[in-house]
Design a protein around this ligand. Structure first.
Ligand SMILES: [Fe+2]
Ligand SMILES: [Fe+2]
Length: 282
């Protein structure tokens, strides 16, 4: 079945939305004079979000020795940037159903790609840490949109991609005429996200080496993180044994990234991802 992207996004906009409170909090961060007090006040309007910030601040992900008891403690200890990441994670988590098998796979994959994008960005310095995280978390949001429109029977594509290890993108293009990357970019445009994030999501499956455009760096960062997380088997049926393959990826070549000891970054991503996942489950 083929429907225009605009129609598809409109048909599911209720189910795939950033809660209004998250959008308001993200807006607050644009103001350089934002105080910890103002931030705590805005967050406390949403008790679920406030509870998550406390829970994640107290998780092994941060490893604080003393218990973080209040929202203002949490903000002071982990800082504005980390609070911003948690706001985005909690908002994103709502788009995935906890009881659906593929939603669970997609959520975990998105979370791992966010962690990986932040790790690779630390080395490559392509964008801000928060932006890298956001791009990683949102890169496959188009898949959630496809899935929410039940008439499209997207689960069939997810199953085929998962079981036969074929790229979802080519299956989607054959079936609908566009891919989850296109849908994601369109959705983020309607949410008024920064162009860098829209492009990173929209171009995360292109051939960077052939295109050679500067603005593709953020997209290549997401692609590198995505490739590595898939190699780790998070979102895939099985992990890949030869981690050295990361150096052969199109994104690594485009970014001139080489890593002869990928186990180190793998362990770091794995540890952070596991702690975050746990914090969301408990
Ligand atoms: Fe993707
Ligand atoms: Fe992905």
């Amino acid at each position: 079945m083929k429907i225009p992207i605009k129609e598809l996004v409109n048909s599911v906009s209720e189910g795939v939305s950033f809660p209004r409170i998250a959008v308001r909090i993200l807006k607050l961060f644009e103001d350089d004079s934002l105080s910890a007090y103002q931030l705590a006040k805005a967050i406390s309007l949403d008790p679920v979000l406030a509870a998550y910030i406390l829970k994640i601040s107290n998780s092994a992900f941060y490893g604080f020795k003393t218990k973080v008891k209040s929202l203002s403690d949490a903000i002071a200890l982990i800082g504005f940037e980390e609070v911003r990441k948690i706001v985005v994670m909690v908002s994103m988590k709502n788009a995935f159903s906890a009881s659906d098998e593929f939603d669970k796979i997609l959520w975990e994959h998105s979370l791992a790609v966010a962690v990986a994008a932040s790790e690779f960005n630390f080395k490559l310095k392509i964008t801000g840490d928060g932006a890298a995280y956001l791009m990683g978390l949102l890169h496959d949001i188009g898949k959630v949109v496809f899935k929410k429109n039940e008439e499209l029977n997207y689960v069939k594509i997810l199953k085929k991609a998962y079981n036969e290890n074929v790229p979802a993108k080519s299956l989607e293009e054959a079936e609908y005429g566009y891919s989850h990357a296109d849908v994601g970019a369109y959705l983020l445009e309607t949410w008024n996200f920064d162009q860098e994030i829209i492009d990173a999501v929209g171009f995360h499956h292109v051939n960077f080496v052939a295109l050679k455009k500067d603005f593709l760096k953020a997209a290549a960062l997401v692609s590198l993180a995505d490739y590595f997380v898939n190699m780790m088997g998070i979102g895939k049926r099985e992990p890949v044994k030869d981690l050295g393959l990361i150096n052969e990826s199109c994104a690594a070549k485009f970014l001139q990234y080489r890593n002869d000891n990928p186990v180190e970054i793998l362990n770091s991503i794995h540890m952070k991802f596991t702690e975050l996942k746990k914090a969301f489950e408990s």
